[in-house]
Design a protein around this ligand. Structure first.
Ligand SMILES: C[S@@+](CC[C@H](N)C(=O)[O-])C[C@H]1O[C@@H](n2cnc3c(N)ncnc32)[C@H](O)[C@@H]1O
Length: 328
């Protein structure tokens, strides 16, 4: 149990917001380029010098950045993390990160009503908001891709039995990073990327760069519409968790129908062996009504969708994977 002092520290909003502000302004990048004086940092980042200094000084007090002399700030080890690709890219308040940060203000309402509150905060449900804001959608897509999520783990089959797989259909595969890694690792495999039209539009250069473009088909569509048939593997990577039980079951049913009779459905992300992960689940509660699920909950949902779980466990990198086949 946290003591009194911990609760005060844990509930502090100044630090998370300050980190997002410096990330949005690109302050760390300027420092990496050799600029230390706060006036110059402010000019380069389009900000007010005194206000920027106050934010940086707060962060210095929290162990992020150093102030070696009055009004001079520089990177330390903790601050250098802001330069790395990865989830911290999601701190950009001008992009998807800003939407996420603001959406947390709906947590109280989500708890009171049991419904996602993104719409209350921004006027439209989560997916509609992305549809209506192309820049936001691009920022979301890039965070889901290499820039935010890093190089995906292509090890999505538990028993490494790729020899019988001819086609992988990556359902909700974003801009194609995961499919590109799978096809690179398995040169005999063909791939189909299914995602919304605006998202698959961005996949071309990723497949070209990976040297797999000649083995990919792309289907810009809703994954709630009939899926391309004929795949051996229908992959749902970090997708099911975005949806409440009814649409998630519908999505699984669509995969089961397309995979029948001999294909399988593989789920990575959002299902865990034991208790469902809490932090990601909380955000989903606010954003879109999605949820993480434990194995028992997933198995029941799969059965309702006409799927039988055939294998589950951790892959070589410790990610929990579930495989299911259409019930005959
Ligand atoms: C959390 S991302 C996961 C992306 C990718 N599978 C990965 O692991 O990086 C969820 C994906 O679902 C897609 N998506 C959401 N609603 C969709 C719909 N109705 N039809 C097709 N794709 C959809 C989004 O565009 C996004 O790419």
């Amino acid at each position: 149990m946290p003591g009194k002092a911990n609760v005060a520290a844990l509930s502090d909003l100044a630090t998370p917001w300050s980190l997002r502000v410096v990330a949005t302004l690109g302050v760390a990048e300027q420092m990496a380029g050799g600029i230390e004086e706060v006036g110059e940092l402010a000019t380069k980042t389009g900000s007010d010098a005194e206000s920027l200094a106050r934010v940086l000084r707060h962060l210095v007090g929290q162990g992020v950045f150093e102030e070696p002399g009055e009004g001079r700030f520089r990177l330390n080890e903790a601050a250098r993390v802001l330069l790395e690709p990865g989830p911290l890219r999601g701190f950009d308040l001008d992009g998807h990160g800003g939407r996420i940060a603001g959406a947390w203000s709906g947590l109280l309402s989500a708890v009171r009503t049991g419904k996602p509150t993104y719409e209350t905060v921004y006027g439209r449900p989560f997916w509609e908001d992305l549809e209506a804001n192309p820049q936001l959608a691009a920022s979301y897509d890039s965070l889901m891709g290499y820039e935010g999520a890093g190089v995906p783990d292509p090890d999505v089959l538990l028993h490494d039995d790729w020899s019988s797989v001819r086609r992988v259909v990556d359902v909700g595969g974003g801009t194609g990073g995961m499919l590109a890694e799978i096809l690179k690792a398995h040169p005999h495999v063909q791939g189909t990327l299914v995602d919304l039209p605006r998202t698959v539009e961005r996949s071309g250069e990723i497949f070209e760069a990976a040297g797999v473009a000649d083995r990919v088909q792309v289907s810009g569509q809703s994954f709630f519409d009939p899926l391309p048939p004929g795949g051996d593997v229908y992959l749902l990577a970090r997708v099911l968790l975005d949806w409440s039980d009814e649409p998630a079951t519908q999505l699984l049913r669509g995969c089961a129908e397309a995979a029948a009779p001999n294909g399988r459905v593989v789920v990575v992300g959002g299902v865990s062996a034991g208790a469902a992960a809490s932090r990601a689940g909380l955000l989903l509660m606010v954003l879109n009504g999605g949820r993480t699920r434990n194995f028992t909950q997933f198995t029941a949902m799969a059965a309702a969708a006409g799927l039988k779980v055939t294998a589950s466990g951790e892959n070589a990198r410790g990610r929990f994977v579930v495989e299911a086949t259409p019930q005959s």
